[in-house]
Design a protein around this ligand. Structure first.
Ligand code: GLY
Length: 418
């Protein structure tokens, strides 16, 4: 079969890599793809998945694509799945209405509230004056979130009234995030360990993947600014009764709630959880695979990914048994100097072709091939990933593999998996 993967990051490179292992897959296309996917996929870098939905549908029809997998949230919330479905094309990911679980923080909070899904206390505002009155009455620190998609930059932890006022002014008055800031959620600050739980859902049932954790801060020992993720590991091991709680009290009521809204959820549901003194609570839902969590979860998958994706699309998830390897996996992100602020692109990367130890994979995130040379093309550039019996071994393997790789200005954390 012919498969199309939409997206250009480390998550999508991992999807391409995993799909390329399926005996059912003859050909993979990637739109727009990245510099690491060329060996496994035919890439079409000129399409923009956010803007060119109609052209991408046309591409899939003309090339007789049998299955499309959508990685990022923007095309999902822009309705790419609805457009594929309208054209009777098989596609993996939630419809636009269901993708609101990520695209609108207010929508997600309402669904959680109505379905008794544990989450932090919150209030929603569309009016700046009312929000300013509210922040005089609350405890600090507190969390302010722009309602809509803001490229991962719309969440703020503020410690004082004056910080909160500045953030509200930026979002609601100066429109720093455009229409994504028309409403805000002001939310209780929760403390505890964070864990990512990804679940395949066919709208009726859910199958949880191994739990994972990403490293959000730029520097070792969780110092420095927040980033899109500087590394990740899986599995995060928790007792079986806690897993059952997450399935029964978080995932299933959310899916039922979405279905009641006419938004049957088919795809991967991402729950960012925090374990507080009162138990697990939802920090956020996302409508897709996590990045860089996918890079450490999919290498542990034993079952053919195509079978799972088709079972989701055909609403037969309860008919298959999904198996996972009893191994550990870590991914270290190599990023451009200056990230998460300004950084240069187009820097030559060397050492990618060297022989790698079995169990080591290099998933590209922000790269492109220019004149046959692989260059940096984003903030997060590479995910050096290793699967082993223990975290210690996986970490050693990943850092060993990184010794061969170089690009000017590169930065990475040295404590991933330790
Ligand atoms: N790792 C965070 C995310 O995928 O949203």
């Amino acid at each position: 079969m012919k498969v199309l993967v939409i997206g250009s990051g480390g998550r999508e490179h991992t999807l391409v890599w995993k799909l390329s292992q399926s005996k059912k897959v003859d050909k993979i296309y990637a739109i727009p793809g990245n510099g690491g996917m060329y060996e496994m996929a035919e890439c079409y870098p000129l399409f923009d998945p956010e803007k060119d939905i109609d052209q991408i549908v046309k591409f899939a029809r003309e090339n007789k694509v049998d299955l499309t997998v959508v990685g990022p949230e923007d095309p999902l919330s822009g309705g790419i799945v609805d457009a594929f479905q309208k054209n009777r094309l098989k596609v993996f990911g939630p419809i636009k209405k269901a993708a609101q679980i990520e695209a609108s923080k207010c929508f997600a909070k309402r669904i959680m509230n109505q379905n008794n899904v544990p989450t932090g206390r919150f209030a929603v505002f569309a009016d700046l004056k009312k929000a300013l009155t509210h922040i005089k009455t609350i405890k600090y620190p507190t969390v302010i979130k722009a309602d809509g998609l803001a490229k991962g930059k719309g969440v703020f932890i503020v410690n004082t009234f004056s910080q909160a006022k500045n953030v509200l002014d930026d979002i609601m008055k100066k429109k720093a995030f455009g229409p994504a800031g028309e409403k805000v959620v002001i939310e209780e600050f929760l403390q505890g360990k964070e864990t990512t739980v990804l679940g395949f859902s066919d709208g009726h049932t859910v199958s949880l993947m191994p739990l994972s954790r990403d490293y959000k801060r730029l520097k070792d020992h969780n110092k420095g600014p927040n980033t899109g993720g500087m590394g990740a590991f899986a599995p995060v091991r928790i007792p079986g009764r806690e897993l059952q709680y997450i399935k029964d009290k978080i995932f299933l009521p959310t899916l039922r709630g979405l279905e009641k809204e006419g938004a049957k959820y088919k795809g991967v549901l991402y729950a960012g959880l925090i374990k507080t003194d009162e138990g697990y609570k939802v920090l956020e839902f996302n409508c897709r695979f996590g990045d860089p969590e996918t890079q450490v979860v999919l290498p542990l998958l034993k079952t053919d990914l195509v079978d799972i994706l088709m079972a989701v699309i055909e609403e037969k998830l309860d008919k298959i048994k999904i198996k996972w390897k009893k191994r550990t996996c870590i991914a270290v992100v190599m990023a451009s100097g200056g990230y998460p602020g300004k950084y240069e692109k187009g820097i030559r990367i060397s050492g990618l072709r060297g022989k790698k130890e079995p169990g080591v994979m290099i998933f590209h995130a922000g790269t492109k091939v220019k004149d046959n040379v692989c260059c940096t093309n984003g903030g997060r550039v590479l995910n050096v990933t290793a699967v082993a019996r223990t975290f210690e071994k996986a970490s050693k393997m990943a850092y060993n593999a990184m010794k061969d790789i170089y690009f000017k200005g590169m930065v990475f954390r040295k404590d991933i998996g330790s």
